[in-house]
Write a protein of this length. Structure first.
Length: 414
């Protein structure tokens, strides 16, 4: 049974931490809640005690004989602070230890996850930015807040992500994956594009976006800054990822190329339509008008191939490092026949570094929670990823990506 410390600091989102606590306890984790004094103004001690099944203390003077200011942190397998206010981030970054939570953060030697929530101005203030950078450099996972409605009439970045999504990140961190994408910028495309025929109809495909979302979530847990370009996906936003929603291949191309300008890694997990209708009808095509015109198709640009060509043409990326940019480009391929032969040909044709080849079958790939794949490596041996949850498959892909990341990032690069 893994021991989790849930630190709660004094923000209005403290009530959402009750849901996070419940997710941990119901999945068999032992949770010790350590709220700050201010957090108790939002959610009272009896709630935390009842939901966790443990007594709740906020300062170091309670139960002194048990030396809680040291023991709680020492015994933890994971400390997650949700919500983390600007104040607690500052204290953690500077090693202050005025209450039980900050003492716990200093004594913990396990992974630490912060889920900040605050007003946009506070999140964007240079002091907070510097504190977040410090915590990330020390190996903590700081989940970027979601964009949306804040307290009062304000909206913007600063919202606590969905507790279920914070929980997913924590599970990945508890799974002891390396934080080897810290400081890296990663772009993941997910879902399937839709090509409009008329205002109500489109050509689409069966991609659910599950594998791409798993790639985004696991990259956040490994410390990356993630842009997720999502084509028609109806899944909750992964915590910490910057989600850009698109519909067509043209929109996806625009979003991926824009985000990839500053990226270390681009993973094209989206199912991109190879063709689109030559003309989009402005009005709905009516049955009463007789037989419809034939649907003529034209080719869409191949975004993955374009990324490879651009990198080849640009050569080393000026100012960042003497490596072509993005350093690693990953393609996906769903094949029904001659899986490996088709995959090898595609890897060479598209100029990517890795190609993750799935066999599409009745119970694999599209819309299912499990996946299995073979990763083809340019100039290397294929790597088999056994059948398992899409998060595990995603982590196995990042293992291969991490091997190819050559230069180490300095703070000035990020
Ligand atoms: N891809 C892309 N742009 C396209 C089509 C595909 O970037 N217009 C990317 C996908 O995101 C995926 C990879 O290319 O990472 C392989 O997609 P796939 O459809 O298997 O490749 P195709 O070249 O279209 O080959 P096929 O003839 O097998 O469909």
């Amino acid at each position: 049974m893994k021991k989790v410390v849930l630190g709660v600091s004094g923000g209005i989102a403290a009530y959402k931490a009750c849901e996070l606590l419940r997710l941990f306890t119901e999945s068999g984790h032992e949770v010790r809640v350590v709220p700050t004094r201010d957090a108790l103004r939002f959610v009272g001690e009896p709630t935390w005690a009842a939901l966790s099944g443990h007594p709740v203390t906020t300062d170091v003077w309670d139960d002194v004989h048990e030396v809680p200011h040291v023991r709680i942190g020492q015994r933890a397998d994971l400390v997650v602070v949700a919500p983390a206010t600007a104040d607690v981030l500052a204290k953690a970054a500077h090693g202050l230890a005025g209450d039980l939570l900050t003492n716990t953060l200093l004594t913990a030697r396990c992974p630490v996850v912060f889920a900040p929530a605050m007003h946009t101005e506070m999140w964007q203030h240079p002091a907070t930015r510097a504190n977040v950078s410090t915590l990330r450099e020390r190996g903590s996972v700081v989940i970027d807040p979601a964009v949306g409605r804040l307290t009062g009439a304000d909206t913007g970045p600063g919202r606590l992500p969905d507790p279920a999504e914070i929980f997913q990140i924590c599970l990945r961190v508890l799974a002891d994956r390396p934080r080897d994408l810290a400081g890296r910028r990663v772009v993941v495309s997910a879902g399937g594009t839709r090509e409009a025929i008329d205002p109500v109809r489109y050509l689409g495909n069966r991609s659910s976006g599950l594998q791409g979302y798993a790639l985004a979530r696991t990259a956040v847990a490994r410390g990356a800054q993630v842009t997720l370009v999502a084509a028609n996906v109806s899944l909750p936003d992964p915590a910490g990822a910057d989600v850009v929603r698109v519909e067509s291949a043209a929109e996806l191309r625009e979003a991926v190329l824009t985000a990839s300008a500053a990226a270390d890694v681009v993973v094209m997990a989206a199912a991109v339509a190879d063709f689109r209708p030559a003309a989009r009808q402005d009005s709905k095509i009516k049955k009463a008008e007789g037989d419809p015109d034939p649907l003529y198709l034209v080719k869409n640009p191949d975004i993955l191939a374009e990324l490879g060509e651009r990198r080849h043409a640009a050569g080393p990326h000026p100012g960042v490092a003497a490596w072509p940019h993005p350093e690693v480009i990953v393609g996906f391929a769903a094949e029904t026949d001659d899986v490996l032969a088709n995959g090898q040909a595609k890897l060479a044709r598209k100029g990517c570094d890795l190609l993750v080849v799935n066999q599409v079958g009745p119970d694999l790939a599209f819309g299912t929670p499990d996946n299995a794949a073979t990763v083809l490596v340019a100039g290397g041996e294929p790597v088999e990823i056994p059948r398992g949850p899409k998060d595990d498959v995603a982590d196995a892909v990042w293992d291969q990506v991490a091997k190819l990341l050559r230069h180490s990032r300095t703070p000035a690069d990020t």
